[in-house]
Design a protein around this ligand. Structure first.
Ligand SMILES: NC(=O)c1ccc[n+]([C@@H]2O[C@H](COP(=O)([O-])OP(=O)(O)OC[C@H]3O[C@@H](n4cnc5c(N)ncnc54)[C@H](O)[C@@H]3O)[C@@H](O)[C@H]2O)c1
Length: 323
């Protein structure tokens, strides 16, 4: 007999895989159900799942997540991230779920260099991925507004660590350098990103699960920030140990930028700090562990090589069939 029955969506993906590991360690009496190959957009299946599994808590990570891809495949992003979330939250509401945690992103705020976003800052998404996540938040929050269904929204900074598909910037640069290829930076590389290690983010979700208040939004952020150019130099330095300072840039290529590329997402997370969470893993430790993991695990994905291509030159004409 399980104390609680918890549904994690997207658990075969990057962040939720770390969350599931933490959940299994912390709550041996919980049943953890991972929904990933099954489709959150399948209304009949979702209804049945809640009926059969009698779920108490939902942690909703499943999404289309690659910003680059969202520029030429936006309908798929709307379908999974908005419509799929609607199906899921409705099924959870009808099944009287006790807590529904919806995982969103700092990207919903749009870009900023100086102004620090708090949870009450307006949402100004600038790319199709961020727009779909902003819309998904509205869908979820409407169940709180209308029915007091206990939903919580989280907005996290960029996450890095083992298990991340190499289409994303950190594993992509690591894998390129490990294959003696250059890091391909979108545009100038002056855009900055705040980076959190995966286990710190998993801890944040457990804190929110235990102490988060229904109807609230929580930023999950960090002060640790790098420009993409600095990130590339740092990774060259760590992976190509014998390269001198003046030679670092030989390992960097500037490729076409995205149609829009936010300058940064400075965010304050005081609200979550008050619940007792703070990031613990220093960058030096997290990035070394990540590099080590990709040395032996890159080929876990049969199509990983395809993910290393730079941003295509004519994305808007290429269409989804290019994927
Ligand atoms: N990675 C980051 O830096 C970051 C930052 C902030 C927020 N987020 C959010 O965190 C969540 C997880 O991101 P991630 O980086 O782990 O992404 P990911 O792409 O590694 O994982 C997403 C998972 O969702 C699954 N999925 C997609 N469509 C589905 C569907 N229709 N039904 C069931 N499963 C489906 C995929 O198979 C995949 O395993 C997303 O909601 C994302 O928006 C990610």
């Amino acid at each position: 007999m399980f104390e609680k029955r918890l549904l994690v969506t997207g658990g075969a993906g990057f962040i939720a895989s770390h969350v599931i590991i933490c959940l299994l360690e912390r709550y041996p009496d919980y049943l953890i159900i991972n929904l990933d190959k099954g489709d959150i957009c399948d209304e009949h299946f979702m209804k049945l799942l809640f009926e059969i599994e009698r779920i108490h808590i939902v942690l909703h990570f499943a999404a289309q997540t690659h910003v680059d891809k969202s520029f030429w495949c936006s309908s798929e992003f709307k379908n999974v991230n908005i419509y799929g979330t609607e199906i899921l939250v409705k099924a959870a509401y009808q099944a009287n779920v006790e807590k529904f945690i919806h995982v969103s992103t700092d990207e919903v705020y749009g870009g900023s260099i100086k102004e620090e976003f708090s949870e009450t800052s307006p949402r100004c998404p600038t790319n199709p991925y961020a727009a779909s996540k902003a819309a998904s938040e509205c869908v979820v929050m409407s169940y709180w507004e209308n029915f007091k269904f206990p939903v919580i929204v989280t907005r996290s900074s960029n996450v890095y660590g083992p298990h991340q598909y190499p289409e994303k910037v950190i594993p992509k640069f690591i894998a390129l350098l490990q294959r003696n290829r250059k890091c391909c930076i979108h545009g100038t590389g002056n855009q900055t990103r705040h980076f959190l290690y995966a286990t710190d983010v998993a801890e944040a979700f457990l804190t929110i699960l235990e102490k988060g208040e229904p109807g609230e939004v929580y930023n999950v952020g960090t002060n640790f920030v790098l420009s993409v150019f600095q990130l590339a130099k740092e990774l060259v330095h760590l992976i190509k140990e014998t390269v001198s300072e003046s030679e670092l840039e030989l390992w960097i290529d500037h490729v076409n930028d995205r149609p829009s590329n936010d300058l940064g997402y400075p965010m304050n997370s005081k609200k979550l700090h008050r619940l007792g969470w703070k990031p613990k893993v220093p960058w030096e430790e997290g990035i070394r562990k990540t590099i080590k993991w990709y040395e032996t695990n890159f080929h876990n994905w049969s199509d990983a090589e395809n993910a290393l291509a730079p941003f295509p030159s004519s994305v808007l004409q290429d269409g989804c069939q290019q994927l």
